[in-house]
Every structure is written in structure tokens, then in C-alpha cells.
Ligand binder design. Sequence first.
Ligand SMILES: Nc1ncnc2c1ncn2[C@@H]1O[C@H](COP(=O)(O)OP(=O)(O)OP(=O)(O)O)[C@@H](O)[C@H]1O
Ligand SMILES: [Mg+2]
Length: 365
Amino acid sequence: MTNVTFSGVTKRFGSVVALESLDLKIEAGEFVSLLGPSGSGKTTSLNLLAGLLPIDDGEIRIGEKVVNDLPPDKRDIAMVFQNYALYPHMTVFENIAFPLRARQRRTAEDEIVRRVDRVAGAMGIGDLLARYPKELSGGQQQRVALGRAMVRDPKVFLLDEPLSNLDARLRIRMRHDIKALHQSIKSTIVYVTHDQAEAMSMSSRIAVFNKGRLQQYGTPRQIYAEPVNQFVANFVGERETTFIDGRFVERGGMPTFEAGATAIPIAGARERFPAAMGRPVRLGVRAESVRLAQGSGALSATVTLSELSGPDQILYVRTADGTELCCRTDPATVVRPGETVPIEFVAGLLHAFDPATGDTLAKHS
Ligand SMILES: Nc1ncnc2c1ncn2[C@@H]1O[C@H](COP(=O)(O)OP(=O)(O)OP(=O)(O)O)[C@@H](O)[C@H]1O
Ligand SMILES: [Mg+2]
């Protein structure tokens, strides 16, 4: 268990800047996810940390040691790739034991058995040790690959989209298993994913990337509730965020968001967005920022579709000026498409950005 520090780390491929001046500090024992869309620099960051690619600029430290010029096998890290490969001619036991046998200082046989049993138990594959990879499902193979990485005691684990080949249910189960495993072994884990729900559910902190640049680094709660810019607000969350351009004004003592002909009174907006009053604002609205209103002062909207999503019902609604929004409601509320409903915005769950820069206008703790 050790900390990892990126300081001003840059990587170019010809004219493409894959990673631009990354500063990131991962504390010992943390589970940090690198989250971002395709091509944002996640795998590049991991490869630089693993020593599989040379750095153009900056410094990477593992613990106190600068590792820029250290070959991969001297960095004491274990990596599971997106396209992991098991050794087909070896049993599950031998696959997991492989890193222990491959070391110069060989591990005693009873110690190997002990360690393989422990990891296999934690990964739920204890009864598959005598099988060969071709006799396993995709999810079981993935568990073996993870087990093989975890059988040693490296300083840092690097996992690059290890669940990408699994079906939805199994991914959720594996999230839980990986997190439980992390809690029991307490090692430092750097986990690459483009799946925001995966990052949210497992990480102590999330680093959000876009186009080779770190956008925000914070706890899942911060990333979700206090996105620093429009990109993060839109990338994180189950559904896309709706953005509406307008401005906050006072109307009859009530802060009101004006967008074209539409005026939406929003109680509490002044406290949440003190810097946003009287200037152009891009409002970020999520399904949970909109609810069905009781009484007056609300906006009306027409329901176009309702969708049951587990314990929630999501209403797709359209306002008079054609703005499409999602509204989270209780599934017990029966609303039919075509019906007109009063809606209101919840100030604490809204986000406001500078339309010119996309940066937040909210006052964050
Ligand atoms: N070996 C390479 N040669 C040239 N360009 C590369 C190379 N590896 C990566 N790139 C480019 O660097 C950028 C970052 O790539 P990277 O693989 O880090 O993205 P990623 O965030 O891991 O994406 P994905 O989610 O698709 O795996 C991309 O524009 C990619 O095309
Ligand atoms: Mg990648």
C-alpha cells in the first residue's frame, strides 16, 4: 500500500496530446477511478504509471520514489487489462498461482496454496480451481484474471475496464466484489472506466477526464453534487443533463429563471447561486432537479412519456416553449402521456454554469 503522484505529466503521440500536464495525488489505500469518454487519456495515464510508455514531461512517483525511468517490472504494480488473457493450458489454480511461481524468489508450495485459496475465496471461484479457462463463463474468466493480479501483494493495482466484457447484472455483482476485496486487502487501486455508475459505486475518489485533461478530482458525492463544469455535470449521472440558457432575475421578490418567454420561479436560487444573479446563465437540470409541484407558482408541462426505472418513475415532459425535461416522481403517481402537470425546480439539485466557459457558478463547499 503506497501513494502515487502525477506532477505535470504530459504524453503526446505525434501531434495528439493524449495527456496534458496531469497533476493527481492518490493516497495510500485509496480506490481511485479514472473516468471519462473514449479517447480522454485514461489508459494512457495507466500505461505511464505502469511504465509501459515513456513520459514526455513531468514526474510520476510511487511512494517517495520517482519512477520515470524505472522499468515496469521494478515498479511493484499489478495490472489487469481490458483484454485480459488467461493461459489456456493451465488450470484456474495454476493461472492464479502463476505470478507467485514466476518470481525469482520462489514462494513455498504451501504458501502458494494458501494465497490462491484466499484470493479464489474472495473472488467466489473457490470451486473452479481445477477447471481450464475454456470451461468457464466470461465472468468467471474475468474473476480468474483479477485473482491472478491480486495474488501477489503489489504496492498498486491498476485495472483497465476489467468488467467491460460482462453483462449488466454481473458487472454490478463484480463491482461489489471488487470493492469488498479492496476493503479486505486495503491496497491502492487505480481503476479505469468510462462507466460513471461503476466509478460512483466503488471509488473513494474519482478523476474525471476529457480530451486529455483532468476536469475534476473529488469524492463521488462531490463529482455528482458539485460538478465544476458543464462537461462533468453531463457526463456524471444516469441520464443526460438538460441545459437551458437564460438569466436569474427578481420577480415579485422571488428569484426567477427567465429563458425566452418562460419564467421559472426557483425558491432558494439566490443562496445557491449568488454569483449567477442578473447575468447570462446556463442552467443544468437533471431528472432529480425537477418534481411535480403542488399549488401555484409552478411551470406547466406536457407529459410525453413515462418510464419506470426500478423504485423511481421518470416523466419526460415538454414545456410550452418546447424545452424537454425529465422529472423524477414516485411510481405510485399515475400520469398519462398528453396530460399537463405542474412542475418545479429544486434549487439545491440544480447546477448553473457560465455559458461562455462552461465553468460552475455555484458556491461549493
Ligand atoms: N499508441 C498510440 N499512438 C497514437 N495515438 C494514441 C496511442 N495511444 C493512444 N493514442 C491517442 O491518445 C488519446 C488517448 O487515448 P487513451 O487510450 O488514453 O484513451 P482512453 O481514455 O483510454 O479511451 P477508451 O475509453 O477508448 O479506452 C486518444 O486520442 C488516442 O487516439
Ligand atoms: Mg482505454
